[in-house]
Design a protein around this ligand. Structure first.
Ligand code: GLC
Ligand code: CA
Length: 562
């Protein structure tokens, strides 16, 4: 089947604020990114996804947009962005933008107008409701950021009504039922598409439609009794009936008329629901980020990992396309979370890369992953910035939880783990800025940085280069059918990807221990030649001779005739 460009591509995610600071103000910026395009090219990726670059008061690092058609001054100007776009294109790198359709900043002009009076033309761009007869909030929904008393409603004195905010009270939800809002959004999206960007990553896109009548949740936020005591019902605004019609309407008016890619962020979507979003003829989205692996708060064992991959492949095999990722700007660092960021940091980072690049779908690499950046453990809450961590901390501590213990619990989960500055070299501030970085640098930068990786042919960065390049020459990585062997094994992953032109076999020991296995005869009897390994020096390269795999050992074999 003829492939679309984004199926063959590898996408690199850039969190501009923490990537490279060109002017010493401590904040990463567009000129910083421009200066690093050669490194991105060297890595071999085809496309960059930028976290929001739009004008924003930065309550949620840019997901609170105050002007969709302007660039955040801390990041640069629209001219800087256009220059970046041109340069990237001239180097064969596409650019996709993050698009936040669910909410704006409270500083957006629409919201400023909207709150002025009940009959303001922008009033219905947002959800405004009077208090209940008993004086309480319009319903019992909680906000996801654990702010204030937890409600998703904020009272606004000026008109004596509440507005809805599923996230921060500084990020009011937009009302997609209202046609003028939809039209304004389509116009804005076409502004970017006409400029020549190559697509969108769509933030929380299955939450645009709210349940009719905004009914109470069956699971109201529980009283805050420690960090696990406060649970917000995130299901109520997810996948509400009508969401697919809405997505198709958006597509029709915008991206369907351009050769671009779309990837939606969709929490609460299970594999069986995927075809509705990404079905080949649905005209909704190309791909979605589900939350069953990379964005799951639960522990993912190798078995759960395999089961999840199998489940998703089964439904998308003939209808749709997957997005593969293990981390992004909302998760911990993948090597800390799924791998081993101590003794086996290098091996496990390479193993995780192998999985992301050899399971079906388009691989997404989050900045720093390609040099094995690790979680940071700040010892004071004051060093943390992101809303979930800070909100959860104070909710818990105010409810009587022990501050030290609360911090300890939050450290490995915090989104700030992935938001510390990119580690370019071992000079002060890891070469990210000549000033004071907006968030502290991970103290491991002396050991973990790009410059060090570039000096070693066995580095994680080199491994990423190889595997990204491999995708260009290995049709089975893009097109191959997925088959597992020894599926029930606790720590070994053994699977093939095969298409008419090629068969690849991937073997990975997803554990801290050496593992002996008997490779099934149907594989062993064939001529598999190793084409990539993260422990080349230690093992024989013929499948027939293999019986033991070292901790985090990973290999890719190709089936050859004769
Ligand atoms: C998405 C973004 C996250 C943001 C939230 C609100 O989950 O990935 O960073 O905080 O939406 O926009
Ligand atoms: Ca800067």
């Amino acid at each position: 089947m003829e492939k679309r460009w984004w199926q063959e591509a590898v996408v690199y995610q850039i969190y501009c604020k923490s990537f490279c600071d060109s002017n010493g103000d401590g904040i990463g910026d567009i000129r910083g990114v421009i200066s690093k395009l050669p490194m991105i090219k060297d890595l071999g990726v085809d496309c960059i996804w930028f976290n929001p670059l739009y004008k924003s008061p930065m309550v949620d690092n840019g997901y609170d947009i105050s002007d969709y058609e302007d660039i955040e001054p801390a990041y640069g100007t629209m001219d800087d962005f256009k220059e970046l776009l041109d340069k990237a294109h001239s180097m064969g790198i596409r650019v996709i933008m993050d698009l936040v359709l669910n909410h704006t900043s409270d500083e957006h002009k629409w919201f400023k107008e909207s709150r002025k009076s009940k009959d303001n033309p922008y009033r219905n761009f947002y959800y405004w409701r009077p208090a209940k007869p008993d004086g309480k909030e319009p319903n019992n929904w909680g906000n996801y950021f654990y702010e204030g008393r937890g409600s998703a409603w904020e009272f606004d004195e000026q008109t004596g009504e509440y507005y809805l905010h599923n996230y921060s009270y500084r990020m009011p939800d937009l009302n997609w039922e209202y046609e003028p809002l939809r039209e304004a959004m389509y116009k804005m999206m076409r502004f970017w598409l006409d400029m020549g960007i190559d697509g969108f990553r769509l933030d929380a896109v299955n939450r645009l439609k709210k349940p009719e009548g905004l009914p109470d949740s069956q699971k109201p936020p529980t009283p805050p009794v420690g960090i696990h005591g406060y649970v917000v019902d995130r299901t109520i605004c997810a996948n509400v009936p009508g969401i697919h019609e809405l997505l198709r309407e958006i597509a029709r008016n915008t991206w369907d008329n351009y050769d671009v890619m779309t990837v939606g962020e969709t929490g609460q979507v299970t594999a069986d629901m995927a075809p509705d979003f990404v079905g080949a003829d649905n005209h909704e989205l190309n791909m979605i980020f589900h939350f069953e692996l990379g964005k799951n708060a639960k522990i993912i064992t190798p078995k759960i990992y395999k089961e999840t991959q199998k489940r998703w492949f089964t439904v998308t095999e003939h209808n749709g396309w997957e997005a593969q990722f293990l981390s992004n700007h909302d998760t911990p660092r993948q090597v800390s979370r799924f791998g081993n960021d101590g003794e086996y940091r290098v091996e496990s980072a390479k193993l995780l890369a192998t999985l992301t690049h050899t399971f079906p779908g388009t691989p997404f690499v989050y900045q720093g992953e390609e040099i094995g950046m690790t979680n940071v453990y700040f010892d004071s809450i004051d060093d943390y910035d992101e809303r979930y961590t800070v909100g959860k901390y104070y909710t818990a501590v105010e409810a009587g939880a022990d501050p030290e213990e609360t911090l300890k619990m939050l450290q490995p989960l915090s989104r700030d783990n992935v938001r510390t500055p990119y580690q370019w070299n071992d000079s002060e501030n890891a070469g990210f800025t000549t000033g004071k970085p907006w968030i502290k640098v991970n103290p491991r930068y002396k050991e973990i940085n790009l410059e060090a990786d570039l000096k070693s042919k066995d580095s994680i960065f080199e491994y990423y280069k190889k595997i990204i390049k491999m995708r260009k020459n290995c049709p089975a990585m893009v097109d191959g059918k997925l088959d597992f062997y020894m599926f029930d094994h606790e720590s070994m992953l053994v699977y093939t990807r095969s298409c008419a032109r090629q068969t690849l076999l991937i073997i990975a020991n997803y554990s801290d221990n050496p593992v002996k296995i008997e490779i099934p005869e149907e594989l062993k009897s064939k001529n598999f030649t190793r084409i990539l390994s993260n422990r080349e020096e230690t093992s024989p390269s013929l499948l027939k001779e293999r019986e033991e795999w070292l901790p985090w050992e990973t290999e890719i074999y190709e089936l050859t005739t004769n």
